[in-house]
Design a protein around this ligand. Sequence first.
Ligand code: NAD
Ligand code: MG
Length: 383
Amino acid sequence: MKNIAILGSTGSIGTQALEVIEANPALFQVSVLTAQSNVDLLIAQALKFSPKIVVIGDESKYQILKAALKITSIEVKAGIEALVEVVVLPELETVLTALVGFAGLKPTIAAIKAGKHIALANKETLVVAGELITALAKQYNVNILPVDSEHSAIFQCLTGEINPIEKIYLTASGGPFRGKNIEFLSEVTKQQALRHPNWVMGAKITIDSASLMNKGLEVIEAKWLFNLDVKQIDVIVHPQSIIHSIVQFEDGSMKAQMGLPDMKLPIQYALAYPNRIKNDLKRFNFLDYPSLTFEQADMKTFRNLALAFVALEKAGNMPCIVNAANEVVVAEFLNERIGFLQMSEVIETCMAKLDFMKTPSFEDYFETDKQTRIFAKQLVTNI
Ligand code: NAD
Ligand code: MG
C-alpha cells in the first residue's frame, strides 16, 4: 500500500489521480490533499478519501473547511507554507505535484529532502530549477516520475534500456490554432484558446498549449528529466495525439509509446511505477485512425516555442524568467487584459531586460521569479 500526497487535488490532474486511486484501493491510500481555493470540492474529496491532513491555500476558506470536517479526525491546515509541512509526513511514499506554476517549487524541494518520490505533473518546477532539482533528487535517492504524457512516454520507452539516447521527439498536438497565421492569432479570444482539440486540462496549461509555450516548457522539462543536450530534443507536431513521444537510439532505432490520449494512464504509471496496473480505459482501435500524421512545428508564428529553446540554450535563470513572465501573461490573457500575440512580446522583453545569472542559487530563483513578475506586470500595464 502506497501512501500518497496530492498537491492540487481539485485540478484536472488531481481529480484524475483520485479516480485512479479510487479504482485501486488495495494499492494506494491518500494521506494528504491540498487545493488553492475550491473548498467545496476539497471537502467532498476529504470526506470520500479520509486523508490524514488537508490544506487549503486560500486562508480565507480555512473556517469553512474546518467546520465541514469537524466531525472527522482529519487535520486541517491553511496557507501556502503548510504545503512544505505536509509533504514530509513519515508515512508518505510519493508526492504527486499536481499544482500549477512556480508555487510547486518549494514543496517539491521539501518533499525530495524528506526522501519522498515525486510523481511530477508540475513541469514549471523543472523548468525553473531543473538542474538543482535533479541534483537534489540524486542526492536524496528519490525518483522523479514524470506524469506529463510526453515525458511518461519517453520514460516508458527507456524502461529496461541501458543504451544512450541519440535524440528524442516530443510530439505536440499543435493546439487549437495549428496552421493559423499571425493575422488570425492577433484576433483570437480566450474562449477560442481554451478549446483544446484533444485534451481537457486546467486553464493555464490549455493556454500554454494554444501558444505552444507548453511544448517549450516540455522541452526544458525533458532536458532535465533525461539529461539531454538541447540539440538532442526535437518537437514534431502530431495532431492525433496517439504517439505520445519517441526515443531514437544511436543505431537509428526508434521506440514510441502510444495509445488513446488519457492522462489517467501516465498518472497511474507514475503512481504504480515500476508496475503497470490493469484498468478498463478505452483501448486504441487502428481503424478509427487510418492515418497518423506529422508536420513541422511553426516556430515563426508560435514564437513562444522558439523563445523556450533560446532560454534553454542560455540556461542559468533564463528559463525561470520565461516561466515567470509566462505565468503573468497567461493570467492577463485570461483576464482579457492583453491579446494572444502580446504574450510572446512581454516574455521576450523580460528575457532581454532582466538580470541574467549563469549559476543561480535557490534564493536567486525566488528573486528572479519575483522581479520578473513585477516587470512583466508593468509591461502589461503599459500595453
Ligand atoms: P488545474 O488548474 O486544473 O489544477 C491546479 C491545482 O493546483 C488545483 O487543485 C488548484 O487548487 C491548485 N493550485 C493552483 N494554484 C495554486 C497555488 N498557487 N498554490 C497551491 N496550489 C495551487 O491544473 P492542471 O491542468 O491539473 O495542471 C496541474 C499541473 O500539471 C500543471 O503544472 C500542468 O502543467 C501539469 N500538467 C497537466 C496536464 C493536464 O492534462 N491537465 C497534463 C500534463 C501536465
Ligand atoms: Mg504534455
